[in-house]
Design a binder for this molecule. Structure first.
Ligand code: C2E
Ligand code: CA
Ligand code: CA
Ligand code: CA
Length: 279
């Protein structure tokens, strides 16, 4: 009836108003967070299963919100990307992660590498290469200690510019991983043209990998593809022994996931480096 439609409409608009207000509040809180540096970097270990060693860490940002506590990146990174705040946040993460890696190198963990997630908007910044190189210089790290994790949507968005920037990164020795590999909409052809060092098997393909026929097929294919292209391959989201057995049977020995360690504070990760992970 007309009445009902009217009510629904009313309900809907007031719902939207509330959302928009929340949105405005959220955005201003995010600006404040950048000013006040309310972010923290957590680190998740990447391990070589054969040696049991932690070979690297992935830097994962959190927002330590004064009232809400630790807010996960899924809640604010997409918005930060939309409004451009990903640029200062991303640079802060890059610098913080490199400084922390230097601290670990100084503690004697000299082979440890760090991986940092770079969003499309950040990658399009003309001065990203310069920023990264200055941070490496400031912190005294080698380019080979740093890996940038990019998603396939970066490649679709701006093919020529992306190719050029990637080549410059590779020429300077920085590694490039394709994150969430297989979940994007790009064609495989880019693997020929782009100077990629690593494929990260998306964790969705490892779900029930021992029983899910499609996932087994896809994960196997990605690992084989990486091996045939002489790229490094790492599996993310490893949570159980069945997944480990599967990965080892395919020759994929680099792993990352809750089984070995959740994203954790720098202090906690230092302890893990000292104690070692269980494999
Ligand atoms: P991602 O790069 O794919 O990071 C992996 C996500 O999977 C992390 O979520 C991590 O906590 C989670 N994870 C790791 N191991 C397991 C596991 O065994 N099981 C399950 N269920 N999950 C696991 P997180 O930290 O919430 O980050 C979410 C996403 O936010 C990241 O996905 C990345 O796209 C983005 N992100 C995080 N930090 C940054 C950053 O500094 N810059 C940018 N641009 N994006 C970031
Ligand atoms: Ca990542
Ligand atoms: Ca290294
Ligand atoms: Ca991922």
């Amino acid at each position: 009836s007309k009445e009902l439609t009217g009510n629904n409409y009313q309900f809907y608009t007031s719902g939207m108003d509330r959302q928009t207000l929340d949105g405005v509040k959220f955005v201003s809180a995010l600006y404040r967070a950048v000013d006040h540096q309310e972010f923290v970097i957590y680190y998740q270990p990447k391990i070589n299963y054969l040696t049991g060693e932690i070979t690297g860490v992935e830097a994962l940002v959190r927002w330590n919100h004064p009232e809400r506590g630790m807010v996960l990146p899924g809640e604010f990174i997409p918005i930060a990307e939309e409004i451009g705040l990903i640029i200062p946040i991303g640079e802060w993460v890059l610098r913080g992660a490199c400084e922390q890696l230097k601290t670990w190198h100084n503690l004697g963990f000299k082979d440890l590498d760090v991986s940092v997630n770079i969003s499309a908007r950040q990658f399009e910044q003309r001065n990203l290469l310069h920023t990264v190189n200055s941070i490496l210089e400031e912190t005294g790290l080698s380019p080979g200690d740093l890996e940038l994790e990019l998603t396939e949507n970066i490649i679709i968005k701006n093919t020529e510019g992306t190719l050029k920037t990637m080549e410059q990164f590779r020429e300077s020795g920085i590694k490039i991983a394709i994150d969430d590999f297989g979940t994007g909409f790009s064609s495989l052809g880019y693997l020929k043209r782009f100077p990629i060092t690593t494929l990260k098997v998306d964790r969705s393909f490892l779900k029930d990998v021992d029983s899910d026929y499609e996932n087994t097929a896809i994960a196997t294919t990605i690992i084989t593809l990486a091996q045939n292209l002489k790229l490094e391959v790492i599996a993310e989201g490893v949570e159980n022994q069945a997944q480990i057995d599967f990965l080892l049977s395919k020759g994929c020995t680099s792993m990352q996931g809750y089984y070995f360690g959740k994203p954790q504070s720098a202090e906690q990760l230092t302890n893990l480096l000292l104690l070692g992970v269980k494999t």
